[in-house]
Design a protein around this ligand. Sequence first.
Ligand code: 4AD
Ligand code: MG
Length: 447
Amino acid sequence: METLKRTKIKALLASEPGVEVLAKGWVRTKRGNKQVKFIALNDGSTINNIQIVANTELFDEELLKRITTGASLSVKGQLVASMGSGQAVEIQATEMEVLGDCDPMRFPLQKKDTTLEYLRSVAHMRLRTNTFGAVLRIRNAMAFAIHKFFNEKGFVYLHTPLITESDAEGAGDMFQVTTLDLKNIPLDKKGNVDFSRDFFGKKTSLTVSGQLEGELGATAVGEIYTFGPTFRAENSNTPRHLAEFWMIEPEMAFYDLQDNMDLKFLNDKYDDGLIERMQGVLGIPFQKVTYTEAVEILEKAIADGVKFEYPVHWGTDFQSEHERYLVEKHFGKPVILIDFPKDIKAFYMKQNEDGRTVRGMDVLFPKIGEIIGGSEREASLEKLEKRIEELGMSRKNLEWYIDTRRYGSVPHSGFGLGFERLLLFVTGMANIRDVIPFPRTPKNAEF
Ligand code: 4AD
Ligand code: MG
């Protein structure tokens, strides 16, 4: 059998009949009768299966029994025009070999139980389903498109560290990284953990954002982007939060907030159908509104009888119900919120003249809420230092960052696009756990 070279199913389905072929793959289904079996075979090269027609006279009964859903199979035969509808060609099998058996009683992907919730519990197998095969391929295409976009725009892809000593967002939701023996933690004279004995000689965590290092890159080569995993130890059990998610963070020197908002993160160079769909939404102008105006809209809605679970007044952070009201009910299009109260945003955002708001910008999408968070950065050394002090942050850990304002400071801006939230939008999936192969959420780090 091996003298013939294997052809991928994607290529077979596009081939002319009349040749002898070798296919390998996993059995999706087997049906038929005493005379003939029809086997749907899939090898991952395409979401489509090729049909194998096996005349039972040619094959051992024992072999045919072993051909069950999930088993891997090598098939040699004649590629012929298909009599059935649904496929142009099929394989008339002459030789078959089961490469790996699959116990039909134990196989976790049964026809009857395919809810997305159930599939999450068998995430190691769910990639073999059509749904997750499609999500995985879209995820791959999107990642590639994003790299291509920034590359064509001249941005430098900067690899920022995953282990860090700084809390970039100042929210404190960080996973600690340590090699200390948790059963025997070394303490200093004051009774605090002695991190000088830890691997890095200091307290370190998994990064919540590559931005601070991204700013170092942007103030050197002009325009950079990061694209990597980020980690948040927030106890958020929602369909939009992951403890480990991927973020794209462009950072641009000499960009103010307006330039930042104008950087369209996907242009029209791709002819991919999916991206076209996104273009539909990205083609319409987003509604720009200040935080203060948005509060007024929400307060008016409440006065008119709209019920929210969480209260709204100037100074509160919006909940997703508020974001969705603005996008889906009030404006009916994506919204860019700007000029937030400084106390609900990170220390690095540019302070407005009013002394109480900052040049932040959140992009809100229908069904998803916040998909992008960004800002113009505070370029003034004095103002940045003052803010760090006001917030009681450890200055010692941030001297390197403050240096960007000390040595040739420039106006600059950037934003973070949550890759999985973007995928929610593109795929139409409702739960963020279904757009990442192996989701990490509170109490869930399996696989
Ligand atoms: O708004 P965030 O926290 O902004 C930052 O991290 C900035 N440093 C970005 C920057 O200016 N360079 O996060 C940015 C985006 C959010 O808008 C959201 O799409 C996504 O990251 N995000 C999450 N996605 C999934 N799970 C979570 N727990 C997320 N937290 C944020
Ligand atoms: Mg945010």
